[in-house]
Design a protein around this ligand. Structure first.
Ligand code: MF3
Ligand code: CO
Ligand code: CO
Length: 311
């Protein structure tokens, strides 16, 4: 989730890199295809039915046992759908095609792609390449050798949302790019190991800050994790940068951890399309996201892949 923070307004400017000298392709938004249809029988979130912007939920949606099972289910589905799209990523493929694969796979499971018509967002997934930091709209641009692409997908099934993303390397990515991707994954995963009942929420951001800065990268303070469940975005807000949040994780909380790690200090800005968050200094960023659930005894990583382990 992207928020304009106080920090952005006053950050010092670092040197703007000329786009001709970048060791990767500088990305700008391209042509967006028409809205894809969802069959009538598939259950939609309220914000799609009403066309209204969902009011920012100020509450934590504490989950009961049967809700937890629904969350486990939708998160597993979301993971499967993302993995199908990931297997199609290669040089020459458009991000619009990735959206088509996500969309068709999602509706084949009778699930709704949560982003489609969320505050007028026009697609079923976000695809953010190189200097696009997040909320990239899938379009006619073909993936190029050396791109890094974040694919961020949320599914809605049986009344609950499950949200995850990964950053993938296309072809031969330079060493800094590969390291950025590895460190971004490590930031999220180390933070997850600090989660559990009665742990401080601030452990998440403080851990991510340590991991990123040890490798010379920067955590963007503008992207927050969020509570999730019946609502796509609700409390608690999860800060990924170093912070002193005094709140603790409580059993029944489900939230995302989704740090954006940047090559250098940066100010994000929003493109004229009102969605695409671009890096002002043309830096690349990488992001990984999981939805987690705090139980009485531990943390469950609901969107984990079959071969992922956390301990
Ligand atoms: N999946 C994103 C998140 O992690 C939200 C995307 S909202 C959209 O919170 F409208 F931009 F798609
Ligand atoms: Co999210
Ligand atoms: Co997401």
């Amino acid at each position: 989730m992207y928020v304009k923070t106080f920090f952005n307004l006053f950050r010092s400017k670092s040197l703007k890199t000329s786009i001709d000298q970048l060791p990767y392709n500088y990305v700008t938004p391209a042509k967006v295809s028409p809205i894809r249809l969802v069959p009538k029988h598939i259950m939609r979130p309220d914000y799609v039915k009403s066309g209204l912007i969902p009011p920012a939920s100020r509450d934590v949606d504490f989950l009961e046992e049967k809700d937890m099972n629904s969350m486990r289910h939708v998160c597993r589905l979301a993971r499967q759908i993302l993995n199908v799209a990931a297997s199609e990523l290669k040089v020459g493929v458009t991000t619009d095609y990735i959206d088509e694969v996500i969309h068709e796979t999602c509706i084949s499971f009778n699930a709704y792609p949560s982003t489609l018509l969320y505050q007028e967002y026009p697609k079923s997934v976000c695809t953010s390449v190189n200097n696009v930091m997040c909320h990239g709209i899938p379009d006619s641009r073909q993936l190029q050798d050396g791109d890094i692409i974040n694919v961020d997908f949320t599914a809605f099934y049986n009344g609950f949302h499950g949200d995850l993303s990964e950053t993938y390397c296309i072809g031969n990515v330079d060493e800094t790019g590969r390291k950025l991707v590895d460190v971004a994954r490590k930031c999220r995963d180390e933070a997850i190991t600090k989660c559990g009942p009665h742990q401080l929420l601030s452990e998440i951001g403080n851990t991510i800050h340590k991991v990123a800065s040890k490798s010379g990268f920067v955590v963007s303070p503008s992207f927050l994790g969020h509570g999730i469940g019946r609502a796509f975005h609700c409390q608690p807000s999860i800060y990924h940068n170093a912070n002193e949040d005094v709140e603790v994780m409580k059993p029944g909380m489900s939230f995302t951890i989704e740090p954006v790690i940047v090559e250098g200090e940066d100010n994000p800005y929003i493109d004229d399309d009102q969605w695409t968050v671009m890096s002002k200094h043309n830096y690349r960023s990488a992001q990984f996201e999981h939805t987690v659930l705090i139980t009485d005894s531990s943390v469950e990583v609901l969107t984990r892949d079959v071969d992922e382990e956390f301990n």
